[in-house]
Design a protein around this ligand. Structure first.
Ligand code: SF4
Length: 341
């Protein structure tokens, strides 16, 4: 029988390690495999924010589901492991754990998830306070309705929600308020790792700024680690210490966020950063020409070659190798590969 905990020295001080994740969606009647996540690896250190960036459909949200252990058909994982430190360097592999272990040892307490669509998370038939009571009960914490008001007062204050929102039904709150409720739920048990999947997509710009500054403050104060998944490079510029740029299921550039934003290497990263509107600019940015490939049938060679202004012959034929540059920085592009032929 596989032991629940493993002590693995190779993970160093990382709080979460994703290794060689390979997964996607099976479409049986069309005999297709949509290869959404292809050999993805990254580490998350204590007290850091790791961003996962890329256009819609690049595999970011599938990666989030896999890391959180929510793997339901048609999603399958063909390879890889996700190790998480549940305390005292006890590591659990989320991908080989059963649902009960994930529920008991990981969800909410160790790793908490902020999903992108708050309306799908909150039960429209239940008051907000009942969502908090049920989450606490799920973890064996029995509280009265009166106690939950006290329990939520602090966290509601922090996320800028009025305390009487606990009595409301989800439909009585605005989209921004519902998203704050979902964030308050995710942070209630002070998790070591927070996984936020497009946490501000459904809200207006002012609410977006409020939510991001709250998350940033919370992270600094609690020293938790965060994975922020967003298509919006502005969100990453604001939040991240480290960033992984995803394109068509691959991580194409990975490293220190400041370096990536000031001196990006991969042509796709350069275009993503160029498409950011800078302070004082009034012109409309063009965006990146073309669209991401069909992940059921990606182009040969480098998947970005049909859109890349630097594409060479080799790019159309062979998949680029990953090149390590300095400490904990890597790029997947033939422009930087020593073994370029
Ligand atoms: S490998 Fe070639 S096509 Fe791909 S990003 Fe690099 S230069 Fe462009």
């Amino acid at each position: 029988m596989t032991p629940l905990y493993t002590q693995i020295n190779s993970v160093g001080s990382s709080i979460l390690v994703a290794e060689n994740i390979d997964g996607g969606y099976i479409v049986p009647d069309r005999r297709l495999f949509i290869h959404a996540v292809d050999n993805v690896s990254f580490t998350l250190e204590g007290n850091e924010v790791l961003g996962i960036a890329g256009e819609s459909g690049c595999g970011k949200s599938t990666l989030a589901k896999i890391v959180y252990g929510v793997i339901e058909p048609p999603l399958i994982v063909r390879r890889g492991r996700v190790l998480i430190d549940v305390g005292n360097r006890n590591l659990i592999d989320i991908l080989s754990s059963d649902r009960e272990t994930i529920r008991r040892e990981i969800m909410w307490k160790t790793l908490s998830y902020i999903p992108q669509n708050s309306m799908n998370v909150l039960n429209p038939m239940k008051r907000i306070r009942d969502h908090f009571i049920e989450t606490l009960k799920f973890h064996g914490i029995e509280v009265s309705k009166k106690d939950v008001v006290n329990y939520t007062r602090e966290v509601f204050n922090s996320v800028g929600l009025p305390i009487d929102a606990t009595n409301a039904y989800p439909h009585q709150l605005s989209g921004g308020m519902r998203q704050r409720v979902v964030i308050a739920l995710a942070l209630m048990l002070k998790p070591r790792v927070v996984l936020a999947d497009e946490p501000t997509t459904a809200v207006d710009v002012v609410t977006q700024l409020g939510i991001l500054s709250f998350l940033k403050e919370w992270q600094k104060e609690t020293k938790c680690s965060m994975i922020v998944i967003s298509h919006d490079m502005g969100v990453h510029a604001y939040m991240d210490n480290r960033i992984a740029i995803m394109y068509a299921g691959n991580i194409v550039e990975y490293g220190d966020a400041e370096k990536v934003f000031t001196d990006p290497l991969h042509p796709y990263t350069k275009l993503l950063i160029e498409s950011l509107i800078k302070k004082g600019e009034k012109s409309i940015k063009k965006g990146i020409l073309g669209s991401p490939p069909n992940l059921a049938n990606p182009p040969p060679g480098c998947r970005f070659h049909p859109r890349c202004p630097y594409a060479m012959d080799i790019c159309r034929k062979e998949e680029p190798l990953e090149t390590r540059i300095g400490n904990n920085y890597r790029v997947k592009c033939w422009l930087y590969s020593n073994s370029r032929r």
